[in-house]
Each structure stands twice: as C-alpha cells, then as structure tokens.
Write a protein that binds this ligand. Structure first.
Ligand code: ADP
Ligand code: ZN
Length: 817
C-alpha cells in the first residue's frame, strides 16, 4: 500500500493522507499537485508533502483523482518555509499554501472560470474535452467546476481546466490587470550649442531675417523657463507661442531646439551629465566593503543609512556580485505600488534579469514569474517584490535585500498567515545559506537591538549622496501661533512663508497629514451628537468632495446630513481635519499653484498612485498633500519643503510603538526634502514642541531615540525584550465575547500568570458588527517559545470544545505589530 500526505489549501490542523497506486507512487514526487476529493462533494488541488507506506489510523484513506504535474512545482525549501511559518505564526500549512501559490495553481470545486478575451485561440489546438468547455463559454460568461463536470459527464475535470489555463484559453475568478506604462511628456530646451551669448545672438540675428515665428518661439521658451524655473513642455510652448507642432519640429530638425522626455532623461536634466556612472562615492564604497566583511561571519547585516545616502546603489553592487555567481537575488519592498521608480532604475542596470512579482498582475503574469524563478531562468535573476515574494520557488538564492526594513506593512495583518516578511526572509535566507541585508534610514528597534547584541552586523552611512545636507527641521508651536492669531486655517504663518518662498524659487512642496477625508468627526453644536457607523463603533468621517459620511473600517457610506440626526438643528460642526481639508485650504491660500492629494481615496483607481507620482516627477504638481503613502522611499528631485501639519495625533496613538513609528514616519517624510543640491526644509507643526521624539526628529538623533525607547520597552516589558502574542476573540454578541474572553484569560493566567494582559476591548471594539476583545501574552526571554505556543494551542483546543463558544473566532497574532 502506498500513501501520500497532502497539504490542502484550507485551514486544517493536519496534512491529509490519501491512497495511491503502485504506478502513481513511482511517478509522484514531493511538491507535485494532485486533485483530491475532500468531504462529501469538494474537490481541491493539494500539494504532495510526503510519500510513504503507513495507513492513517483514524480514517480510511481515499484515493486521489489525478496527478496534475509532471514535475514538482513546489520545492523542498518552500515546504520547509511553509512549515516554519505555520508553526511560528500559529496558523495552518494550508493557509500558508494559499498565500504562497498563485491562484491559477489552485483549481478547486469553488473555482469559476471564464473566457480569456485577451488571447486568440486556435480551436484546432484544443482537445475534444477542452473544446467542449471552450464552446460552452462562448454562450455563458462563466462556468463552475460542477458545470464542467456536467458538461463532460465526469468527476475528474481539474486536469482539463488546468490545460485550458495553460493554453491561456480561460482565466480564473479574476480580472485582468494591465501593466502600467508611464506617460512620456515631451519637453524642449535650447541646444547646448547656443549656450554662449555670442552663439545665441548670432542665432537670433539669423532668425530675424527669415524666420520671425521661430524666433518668437525661442524667446517664449526663455520667458516660460524664467517664470516657472521648470522644464518647458512642448505643449505649453505651442500654446503660449500660438504656433503649431511643425514649427517646433522645424527647430528641432535644425538642431536649434532639443527634444527630450523627462521619464528617461530625468537624471540628465538635473545636470548630472555622467548619469551612466554608477561609481560609488567614498562613503558608499566603505559601507559596501564593511557589508562584505561582515557577511564573512554574519548572515544578517543591518545597513543604517540616512535618507538619500544612496543605499540603493550599494544594494545594486551586492546584487551584481551574486548574479555573477549564477545565484538569485530577492529584493523585498514594503509596497509594490511604490516600485515604478525602482523598477526602471534596476532595469537600467540589469535589463531583462529583473522580474517584478506583483499581486495585482494577472494570474498569467504571476505564474510566469513563478515558473521563471522555479527554473532559475535568466529572466528572473533578480526578484523585486512585496512581502509575498518570499514564497517564490527559489532555486539558488544568494542574497535577500529588505529595503525599508522598519516598515510595518511587511507584517501581514489579515488573513492568516499573519507573518512578518522580514523575519521570515531571515529564515528563508538561512535555508539557502544566503546573506540578507536589512536597509533603512530609521531601523526598527528590533533590528537595531539585534545589531547591538551582535546578532546582526551593522553598517552605517551618515551622509547623503553628493554631500547634500540633511534637511533643516524646524518645530512650530501651534499653541503659541493660535494664541497670537497667526494661523490661517491649519497653516501657521511660518508654514505659509516657507511655502511661498519655495514656490517662488520653483521648487515643490509636500504636506503630510496622517488622516484622510475632510474631518474625522461631525458634531452637532446644539446637542453634541455625532453620526456613528451602524456596523462599527466609530464616528463617520466627513468627505467633502463627495459630500458623504464614511466609515473607514467597513466602508459604510451615507450622504452628508443637512441637519443633526438626533435633534434636527442644522448647526453641524466638523472636528479634526484630514488631507481633504488641507487640500481645500491650500488651494485657497495658493490659488495660482497646482495642488494634488495622495491618499487611499485618490489612489484607488487603476494606476491612481503611479499617475500622481509621475505628475509630481514631471512637475505638474506644485503642492502635494498626502498621508503616510508619501513616506515610502520615493526619490523626488525637486521637492524642497516638507510640512507636517500636526505631529500630535501620531504621537498620541494608543500603541507601544507609537513613538518609534512617529519618529520613523517624520524622518522618512522629511527625507523627501532636498534630495539634490539644495538643502531641504521641514516644518513640523505641533502643540508639544518639547516632546522628546520631536526633539530627536529635529536633530536626526536616531541613537538617542533608540536608547530612550529601548529603556521604556524594557521597563514596560515589551519587544524586543518580551515577545508578544495577541489573541483576538470575535463574535457578533457582546456578552458572548465577554464570557469567552474571560474564560480564555483565566485559562491562560493559570499558565502564564501576570504575563497575560486583558481581556480588553480595543479602541474600536466593534467592526462590521463583530465585537473584538484582545488578550495579550508576553513571553519573557528564556521562556521557550515553541512550548509556549503549544500550551496556547492546547488551551485553544479546549476552548473550541466548549459548545457555548463554538461560534467565537480566535485569531492568533504572533509578534503583533
Ligand atoms: P536612499 O535609498 O539611501 O534614500 P538612493 O539610493 O535613492 O538613497 O539615492 C539617492 C539619490 O542619489 C538617487 O537619486 C541616486 O540616483 C543618487 N545616487 C546615489 N548614489 C549614487 C552614485 N554612486 N552615483 C550617482 N548617483 C547616485
Ligand atoms: Zn463601519
């Protein structure tokens, strides 16, 4: 008798054992897919994790339907990583599997297929059964697996569907995403031939005689560029000169004007003529050498380099080395939407060898990257991706870069697996004996602490590239400004002065406000009522643009009310402010300038994010208002001023990481200012200018912040000294959540004594009609982590066996962020 243990893409505590024939056992290998029956009617795609001859004890093993692969598509290292993640983050292998594999690999009875309208299929290439389904889809927009079973009159249909997917005839459950192509805007400048006054005069003299129109165009070019101090667009020049593109073309043909595109010539237009040179400066060279030295006896090195110190170029050198050895490199970023700039930068160096793994790419593209990585193909030597790219089937991984390693978006919050991609990447690297470099201008306390403890190496770059000075950070006391009546809306006189000055010089401004919408609370001045979400325990946020009240937790929307819903008086007031209000105010203060906003609301649409970035790069935006989206490692050449509208709501956030986060956020936003020659300026408006964190931000004192925060973490028993597991209980019924939480807390206290905190309702205790209650378990150093988790699991099992608590969901969050 032969058996296989299969991982199913569902939350099962154990692998499931199936019966296979002798022939199947000879063909099958670990890591192949099989289609299997589960329960009464379900069909799933499972991964073979083990082949053996021991029958399961408590059930009769069923037979598999079919083998779906000819060779493994999941590697041993992947299976090892899944197992590690499931154990460490207290979830199931099935949940990890679902997160790890492209959807197209996971055909199951719930799968819905439809015609792939983007590809042309030659019907003769289809086998009979394939053709039947293909034809059915001509009359029906989609089919379920059950429908296909009926059409073909057999149970075992996943292989047919799989072939249709591979032939690109059908797609699964999803839309097709297009790749973003940046818009190329045409610009012109005077050819460098005419740089000298003599040359220019003689040119203008010549044109005087026979081409007055052309002369006018050139004079207009001067006027526009003197006025705006920006590159001049062809379209603008045509408009101002009241001419046509053929006149411009004539001038370009005569080599009097030069045409260029900002997207490609961005660097050059900044005056760095030898832009091709990627020679490291002294500080980068030293850092690179130190990293290499430390890699001799450390697997993990932390690169602490100030914003704009040129960390990326150091990464590039390390990547060059590993791919020269024929190995793969993984470059992890917090958010893939932010990669457009980086992708083109890396493609400049590495061309086709760069593959981007993007959860928003089409199923087909994701499968393609997956397969290229699996086969260590030349097209996927360097993988650029967000957290889920740690799940790719690396064949020969040599290096992992974790850029902006402090970013919390590396931690998956929901659903399971609730893994931290940085920490999992450290484990992944160890499987391959690969090196891993964590980079940041504001490292997480955890990583810096590990470096202090010599668990990680540490390398620093303290200067910006080109010796640009760090921005000058000024704190503005809001209490004082309000008292002296020096505020216009939410803008202090200092901020208005600096914006005015910056715009006058032709530079751009970024304004940071950590909340979106117009204002988070609408309040009746008569009775004090403020509209609440019916599904969640929060006030609705006012969005002026759509005249709506919205819940930021569940998406509930109603029209803005004309009068108070409670007492009926029309005296509604708004309390607090978000990006929308700042945008409205800034438009009024600076009516002649172009203002844009970047937050969840403006970037939702297709390429919304990229469009704003491109517009900012091409200087079609003078002032950009945005949320923390602005902070993420973007390299804008022309931003000179950053304004932080209000530092206090970040600092007062109820979380033990609030101070660390605020420091990181503010320094990162500040880092967007003055990245080229001119020193940048940052204004931080606050009611608490003497707050320690703000002082540390203004003096760029990372180490000071680190020491102080570390001491607090020590005193209050938080990471990195204690590990945390947060257990969240969820249920519709308030009383049930309370009862269940009390029971669970009591059971845990018996095990962990006063290292159990709670149960406690979070600040928003009801979301989507589910009450949440949290229990926090603190694990001191020296307490065995694995055994602790096992003990918690046992409590969970007992808990689940209590009839009354059946419907209460328990969510484990290890290393809660
Ligand atoms: P960081 O990631 O540390 O914030 P970047 O790597 O984005 O900094 O570098 C900041 C800017 O300096 C980028 O525009 C980059 O092109 C430029 N730069 C950095 N190092 C070099 C170098 N060695 N040669 C030319 N330009 C460089
Ligand atoms: Zn809600």
């Amino acid at each position: 008798m032969h058996f296989i243990d299969v991982i199913l893409p569902i939350p099962l505590e154990k692998r499931f054992t199936y019966n296979i024939t002798q022939a199947e056992s000879e063909f099958l290998q670990v890591g192949m897919r099989v289609s299997i029956p589960f329960g009464k009617t379900k069909i799933y795609t499972g991964i073979v994790a083990n082949i053996h001859q021991t029958a399961p004890l408590v059930y009769d093993a069923k037979e598999i339907h079919q083998i779906l692969d000819e060779a493994p598509i999941v590697t041993q290292q992947q299976l090892r990583l899944w197992q590690w993640i499931a154990k460490y983050y207290m979830c199931t292998e099935g949940e990890v599997m679902r997160a790890a594999l492209p959807n197209a690999f996971l055909l199951e009875s719930e799968t819905i297929i439809s015609l792939n309208k983007t590809s042309v299929i030659n019907e003769e290439d289809l086998k009979d059964d394939e053709f039947l389904i293909y034809e059915a889809l001509q009359h029906q927009s989609s089919l379920k697996i059950q429908d296909i079973s009926n059409i073909l009159d057999k149970k075992n249909v996943l292989p047919v569907v799989k072939r249709l997917v591979e032939k690109e005839a059908v797609i699964l459950n999803e839309e097709i995403y297009e790749k973003y192509k940046p818009k190329y805007v045409r610009y012109v400048k005077l050819s460098s031939k005419y740089a000298s006054e003599a040359e220019l005069n003689s040119l203008l003299g010549n044109l005087n005689k026979n081409a007055t129109k052309q002369k006018e165009v050139i004079l207009n070019l001067f006027t526009i560029s003197a006025r705006t101090k920006k590159p001049v667009k062809v379209s603008e020049l045509i408009e101002v000169s009241k001419t046509t593109s053929s006149t411009i073309k004539a001038l370009v043909d005569k080599n009097i004007l030069e045409e260029y595109h900002i997207q490609t010539d961005r660097v050059q237009y900044n005056g760095e003529e030898n832009s091709e040179s990627k020679q490291l400066n002294q500080y980068q060279t030293e850092a690179l050498q130190q990293i290499k030295n430390q890699f001799e006896n450390q697997n993990v090195v932390l690169l602490h380099g100030v914003t704009s110190s040129g960390k990326t170029e150091v990464y590039v050198k390390l990547i060059e080395d590993v791919i020269a050895e024929g190995k793969q490199a993984l470059y992890l970023l917090p958010e893939i939407a932010l990669t457009t700039q980086l992708v083109s930068r890396l493609q400049d160096y590495f061309g086709e060898q760069v593959a981007v793994f993007h959860s928003k790419y089409s199923a087909h593209e994701r499968v393609e990257v997956y397969n290229n990585v699996l086969h260590n193909s030349a097209k996927a030597k360097i993988i650029l991706g967000a957290r889920s790219s740690i799940f790719l089937p690396f064949d020969n991984l040599g290096l992992i870069i974790v850029d902006e390693e402090h970013e919390q978006s590396f931690k998956q919050f929901d659903p399971a697996p609730r893994y931290h991609a940085r920490d999992s990447a450290v484990v992944l690297a160890s499987f391959f004996k690969a090196k891993i470099l964590l980079g940041s201008a504001t490292p997480s306390l955890e990583s810096y602490h590990n470096a202090q403890e010599k668990k990680y190496g540490l390398v620093e770059i303290t200067r910006r590239y080109n010796n640009v000075q760090m921005p000058d950070i000024e704190l503005v006391d809001l209490k004082d400004k309000y008292k002296k009546k020096r505020m216009k809306g939410h803008f202090s006189d200092r901020l208005i002065e600096e914006i005015t000055e910056t715009l006058k010089e032709g530079y751009q401004v970024i304004l940071f406000q950590n909340r979106r919408g117009y204002s988070p609370i609408v309040e009746c001045t008569t009775c004090g009522h403020s509209p609440q979400c019916p599904n969640c325990d929060v006030s609705l946020t006012y969005h002026q643009y759509r005249k709506q009240l919205r819940c930021h937790y569940c998406g509930y929307v109603i029209a803005m009310q004309q009068k108070c819903m409670a007492c009926g008086t029309p005296d509604l007031d708004t309390v607090g402010f978000g990006t929308e209000q700042i945008e409205a105010e800034v438009k009024e203060l600076f009516p002649d300038f172009k203002v844009a906003r970047m937050d969840l609301d403006t970037t939702r649409g297709k390429f919304g994010y990229e469009k704003i970035i491109t517009a900012l790069e091409q200087q079609e935006i003078d002032i950009l208002v945005g949320t923390q989206m602005l902070t993420k490692g973007l390299d804008f050449r022309n931003v000179k001023l950053v304004g932080i509208m209000n530092a206090d709501n970040m600092l007062n956030f109820p979380d033990f990481r609030a101070h660390e986060r605020s420091f990181q956020l503010m320094l990162q936003v500040s880092g967007r200012a003055g990245r080229t020659e001119k020193r940048g300026k940052v204004l931080i408006q606050t009611y608490n200018p003497y707050h320690k964190i703000l002082q540390q931000v203004s003096t760029n004192d990372y180490v000071g912040m680190f020491k102080e925060q570390l001491e607090e973490r020590y005193n209050y028993k938080y990471p990195p000294f204690y590990r945390l597991i947060k257990i969240t209980l969820k249920h519709r019924d308030y009383n049930k959540v309370n009862l269940a939480a009390d029971w669970l807390a009591k059971a845990l206290v018996q095990l962990f004594k006063n290292n159990v905190l709670g149960p406690e309702f979070p600040p928003v205790s009801r979301i989507r009609n589910q009450y949440h209650k949290n229990i926090l378990i603190k694990i001191p150093q020296g307490q065995h982590l694995g055994k602790t988790k096992e003990a918690i699991k046992r409590v969970e099992t007992t808990f689940n066996a209590i009839g009354d608590f059946k419907a209460v969901r328990l969510i484990m969050n290890v290393d809660n962020y």
